[in-house]
Write a protein that binds this ligand. Sequence first.
Ligand code: URA
Length: 205
Amino acid sequence: ARTGPRTGNSRAAWQALRDEAMACTRCPLHGPATHTVFGEGPLDASLLFIGEQPGDQEDLAGRPFVGPAGHLFDAALAEAGVDRARAYVTNAVKHFKYEQRGKRRLHQTPDVPEIKACRWWLEQELDLIRPRIIVALGATAARALLGKPVTISQMRGRPIPLDDGAEAWITVHPSYLLRLPDPDRQAEEQARFVADLRMVGERLH
Ligand code: URA
C-alpha cells in the first residue's frame, strides 16, 4: 500500500533500487540491451509519467525519453505548461526490445510477460515516489499501470481513480504521433495530446 509517511531515506532507497535494476535478469530483454533505463526525476514529484520502453537513443544514453519521442514529449509538455523537471519519468519496461536489421535496431513492442516481469520495478518506483497523478503514455504503460488491456480512445481525457487515492490519466504515446504519416492528422493528434497534458497540469494546482 502506498500509504504512511515518506521516509527520510527515500534517496538511498531509490539509489539501491536503481542499482539493483542495473543487474536485472527478470526477463530476457536484459541480454541484448546496453543499459537498464531506470526512471528519473524528483523523488517527491506529484506527477509521474510512464512510457513504454527505452528506444535506441535511450538505451545508449541510459536515460528515459532523450531521443525523438522525448523531444516531442518535451515540446508537448512545454506547450501544455507542465514542467518536466518537476515530474518523475519512467518506463513500463526498462530494457530496449529491438530487432537488428543491418546496422539499425528496430523497436519491437514488449509482450505481456515482459511487461509483467518489469512491473515489479514500476511498483517499487510508485511506492517510493507516491505521486498524486500518474500519466500512462500509450497502451503498454496503461496496461502496466492498470494490470489489464486498455483502449486509449475510451479512457483518455478523464481521471481514473486508483485504490491508493492517486489518479491515473491515459493518453497516447509520443511515438504514435511521430508515426502518423498525414501532417494534418499529426497536428490534430498532437493538439489532443497537449490538451491531455494541460488537463493533467491543471489537476496539479
Ligand atoms: N519511448 C518510451 O516509451 N520511452 C522512452 O524512454 C523513449 C521512447
